[in-house]
Ligand binder design. Structure first.
Ligand code: SF4
Length: 87
């Protein structure tokens, strides 16, 4: 599912103001992606086709198609909305 609002918000966070908690969650998510064989050399997830530098700022949970972000999201995320989106 493509969630345009989530895409815009995530890019807004990438280039705009972020809370320390948002930065921490994004860093945790990205460190997982760096170890994932589904991350392309261009920084795009091969499964969901998302640009990871932006996707890591999504306020939604459960957006890693393999569920690899679930544990850090339980620890660091603020919202509990759980959707699969393309960013
Ligand atoms: S979003 Fe999930 S599946 Fe995609 S590269 Fe990151 S950890 Fe891997």
């Amino acid at each position: 599912m493509i969630d345009i609002v989530d895409i815009v918000k995530s890019y807004g966070k990438l280039f705009g103001n972020k809370t320390k908690r948002e930065i921490l969650l994004a860093e945790k998510r990205y460190s997982i992606c760096l170890e994932c064989p589904q991350k392309s050399n261009l920084g795009i997830c091969k499964i969901c086709k998302c640009v990871l530098k932006a996707k890591i700022f999504t306020s939604n949970q459960g957006t890693c198609p393999l569920g690899k972000w679930d544990e850090v999201e339980r620890t660091y995320a603020i919202k509990t909305k759980n959707v699969k989106t393309t960013i």
